[in-house]
Ligand binder design. Structure first.
Ligand SMILES: [Zn+2]
Length: 287
């Protein structure tokens, strides 16, 4: 919302129009939900098979087979992470932040899912543990793990202040994907997409509707854990914003690494389970 000088005169029934109660766009009682008790049972039998340390102001990629779990942990100090997910065998199927927001709301927690892009639109990962689940929504309207931000990027910095900064999450994820798949940066960059802002505390100001961030409540040991619904390639950037209490897109903020761990259940624990099928729309688009 911008403050324009010639604000139109409100109509006589302005208050009545404002008083109309909102309707939830996508009531999620019809959304196929995860079987969390079953996932917990599978998790109890899982063993750690690998880990990746994401250095501060850098990103790394990691692979998680379907039916496995991955955990993102804050280590050393408060740090926010920008998470991308792709189908391991098809980079065109990737996390769809906007639709996930429409389905679940602005911030994600246990039982909510990261949905993939069209035409797939299926769960890629389900959140099974969130040690910041106690935070809720604070008095400013802020909450953690948002799907409202995009990812910090060098283009916006250049637009606003003419900078050339190379360690924004967008560039970190681009380099990490290029290195992991051994492809050129020009091929990797278009596959980088809007993120799940892991541990980031954000909201919109009530008076101006602007996107805000504040110091993340995350502390070392806090973690977010996911059940992998399909074979995943993940990319995680330890944001140059650190805990995002002041600024990003520079080397000013204190930054820390993030740890990604992968856990494998025994094969028999997954008997009878299969990855969700791609969306059932026939794609004829009325023709
Ligand atoms: Zn970032």
């Amino acid at each position: 919302m911008s403050n324009v000088e010639n604000t139109p005169t409100p109509p006589a029934d302005a208050e009545a129009r404002r008083a109309v109660a909102p309707v939830i766009c996508y009531p999620n009682d019809s959304l196929p939900g995860p079987d969390l008790p079953w996932m917990q049972e599978v998790r109890n039998q899982a063993e750690k098979i690998g880990e990746t340390l994401i250095p501060a102001r850098e990103a790394r990629c990691f692979e998680v087979p379907a039916g496995h779990f991955f955990r993102i942990t804050s280590v050393e100090g408060p740090q926010v992470g920008d998470l991308n997910l792709w189908n391991l065998r098809d980079l065109s199927e990737r996390f769809y932040s906007g639709k996930t927001r429409a389905l679940h709301g602005t911030h994600l927690t246990v039982g909510e899912r990261m949905w993939s892009s069209f035409p797939f639109l299926r769960p890629m990962a389900t959140i099974t543990t969130d040690t910041l689940g106690w935070y809720g929504i604070d008095e400013f309207g802020g909450s953690v793990h948002d799907v409202i931000g995009t990812r910090c990027d060098p283009y916006t910095g250049n637009l606003l202040s003419g900078t050339q900064y190379h360690h924004c999450c967008h560039s970190n994820l681009t380099r990490a994907l290029a290195d992991h798949l051994n492809i050129p940066l020009t091929e990797a960059e278009p596959a980088v997409h809007d993120v799940l802002n892991v541990f980031m505390c954000t909201g919109f100001t009530r008076d101006t509707g602007q996107y805000f961030m504040k110091a993340s409540p995350v502390r070392p040991g806090d973690h977010l854990e996911f059940f992998s619904e399909i074979d995943l390639l993940g990319g995680l950037s330890a944001c140059p914003g650190g805990d995002c209490s002041s600024e990003h897109s520079s080397d000013t903020a204190a930054c820390y690494p993030l740890l990604v761990e992968v856990f494998a259940p025994p094969k028999e624990a997954l008997i009878g389970w299969q990855s969700p099928a791609p969306n059932g729309y026939d794609r004829s688009h009325g023709r």
